[in-house]
Design a protein around this ligand. Structure first.
Ligand code: NAD
Ligand code: MLT
Length: 526
């Protein structure tokens, strides 16, 4: 398998990839978008930082790409929707550069407070301006943190160490959780009104975009200082420019910009404005961390199918993966079986029961059932990433639930498919670690393997019917590998699941269907 490294990678990640069996790594320097597009068809995985823009246009060339790794946090340089449509997994390395970004925020806060960059520049120009660069201490000043996630929390912890008073605004964090960090949870209005320094640590979302704008700036304490080491579009740069020029905002420090690089941006010329070129994650340690993290995540996925930190697929820990591994196989087989016998489907219901399927993330199993269901019926490539989208596009309703009721099974997956032709219900389990069995099909109790090519034959439970099936298949040179029989308690009807070594020809199926005791015949490939 081949991996393309687009924006350079720390040796710690490169050596991990290069040492992996069956993996070829190409890390050419400074490829343009056109050059990447021309080569992308050869690769199973690509790794980017923020330089390469992974657009829908670029992905058109991604014939065999399975995964895009972002060595960093933000995935705003990747068209995740286009990746989902193509079934490509997108994963990032949240947290691996959090310390670097938090420390960079503090570096900028100290620099803002004591005019370090301006003083340095002035000395370079031969001046000694002690009065001009009078600063403020951080001690007992109020810091307002917008976004108390990984980086916001690290900033809070360090600011508390500096004996700052720390306020936090994060509508997704309970005030109790903020209090454990030593942060006073407040509304955005209160944070704006009380803070001497405001620092942004949210992702870019419809709610956070331009969170610092003319209206919010008007509510700040006069003389406030503003920092942004998160995402450029959190700040309305024109409004910030005016507030810096008027002196309402005493100083601002940006590591990130609306447009990067911010060529011609008037902010760069203001004396009370300082900046860095998106350096938040640029520490040796952070680059080693993100490189190692993304390399091991990509190897886990390509070599073992383990998904971690995917932004377009539910993550699963290696421990949970081990637990549900055989159930993933079962889920795919049940999906495939339903896809072949119950189509067209209007509603899909999946129920998980038994102790082995409690307290583990079940979304990967649900997506695997969907993949199995759609794979045999769609021409396009169906995989775990695009399966839910394809299900939605086909207007199939999905309900997934769990129940503690196990009826003696340590783990059981029941898949019901409802369509115009009625309902098919089937349940499967895993015996002795990895033996996959179909245990229910509608009213029939079974213990059938879910393997290979099978004939599902419903018949009236009359003598001679099974004999007829055997001789008909024999006449058409179809060898029977094994057979599972079950009948309803009232003996009204029966089902035979017959595993065959080769596909039965249409003539054999027609002949079987012509027998008066045979109700239906379906050939399925599992
Ligand atoms: P995170 O997901 O751990 O934390 C984000 C926090 O923002 C969460 O607690 C969330 O609840 C909160 N949030 C979401 N919507 C909000 C809203 N409307 N108002 C207030 N809070 C809200 O993310 P993180 O790892 O801490 O990263 C934070 C930001 O820093 C991201 O934008 C990331 O891309 C960026 N980042 C920048 C650099 C850099 O080089 N400058 C480096 C790493 C990360
Ligand atoms: C991130 O999102 O991780 C940062 O912006 C740093 C980077 O661009 O690598």
């Amino acid at each position: 398998m081949k991996i393309l490294i687009c924006d350079g990678m720390h040796e710690s990640g490169l050596s991990l990839l290069r040492g992996a069996e069956g993996i070829q790594v190409d890390a050419p320097e400074g490829l343009s978008a056109e050059e990447i597009k021309a080569r992308l068809h050869e690769y199973d995985a690509m790794v980017v930082r923020s330089r390469t823009k992974v657009t829908a246009d670029l992905l058109e060339a991604a014939a065999r790409l399975k995964v895009i790794g972002r060595a960093g946090t933000g995935v705003d340089n990747i068209d995740v929707k286009a990746a989902i449509e193509r079934g490509i997994l997108v994963m990032n390395t949240p947290g691996a550069n959090a310390m670097a970004a938090a420390e960079h925020t503090l570096a900028l806060m100290f620099s803002l407070a004591r005019h370090v960059p301006q003083a340095c520049q002035s000395m370079r120009e031969g001046r000694w301006e002690k009065k001009r660069f009078m600063g403020t201490e951080l001690y007992h000043q109020t810091l307002g943190i917008i976004g108390l996630g990984r980086i916001g929390s690290l900033v809070a912890d360090r600011a508390i160490g500096l004996k700052m008073d720390v306020l936090g605004y994060d509508p997704h964090i309970l005030p109790e959780a903020a209090a454990i960090l030593g942060v006073e949870a407040v509304s955005l209005e209160e944070l704006l009104a009380r803070s001497d320094f405001i620092t942004l640590h949210t992702p870019s979302t419809p709610e956070t975009r331009r969170i610092i704008n003319r209206q919010t700036l008007a509510k700040t304490k006069p003389g406030v200082r503003i920092l942004n080491c998160a995402r450029g579009d959190l700040v309305d740069e024109e409004a910030l420019y005016d507030a810096l020029e008027s002196g309402r905002v005493a100083g601002a420090a940006l590591d990130v910009f609306n447009q990067e690089p911010p060529t011609g941006n008037p902010l760069l010329h203001l004396p009370n404005f300082i900046s860095t070129p998106h350096l938040g994650a640029s520490s040796f340690q952070a680059q080693a961390n993100v490189a190692r993290a993304i390399a091991s995540q990509i190897l886990d996925y390509l070599q073992a199918g383990i998904i971690r930190n995917a932004v377009n697929f539910p993550s699963i820990s290696p421990k949970d993966y081990e637990k549900i591994r055989p159930y993933l196989v079962l889920a795919e087989k049940l999906g495939r079986l339903q896809g072949q016998i119950a189509s067209p489907i209007q509603r899909l219901e999946i129920e998980y029961s038994g102790s082995e399927l409690q307290e583990v993330g079940l979304e990967p199993l649900t997506q695997t059932v969907i993949k199995g269901l759609l794979d045999p019926i769609l021409a396009e490539k169906v995989n775990l990433v695009n399966a839910p989208l394809l299900l939605k596009e086909r207007q199939i309703d999905l309900v997934a639930s769990t129940t503690s009721e196990s009826r003696g099974y340590t783990g059981k997956i029941t898949v019901k498919a409802k369509g115009k032709q009625g309902e098919w219900s089937m349940a499967g389990t895993v015996f002795s670690g990895d033996e996959i069995r179909l245990v229910h099909l509608n009213n029939y109790r079974l213990e059938a393997e879910l393997e290979g090519i099978n004939l599902l034959i419903q018949n009236r439970d009359k003598p001679g019917t099974i004999g007829f099936i055997g001789t008909t298949l024999g006449r058409h040179q179809v060898n029977i590998a094994n057979m599972h029989l079950s009948r309803t308690p009232d003996r009204e009807s029966a089902i035979a699941i017959i595993r065959i070594d080769e596909e039965a020809p249409p003539a054999a199926l027609d002949e079987l269907r012509s027998h008066p005791n045979i109700i239906s015949v379906q050939q399925v490939k599992l």
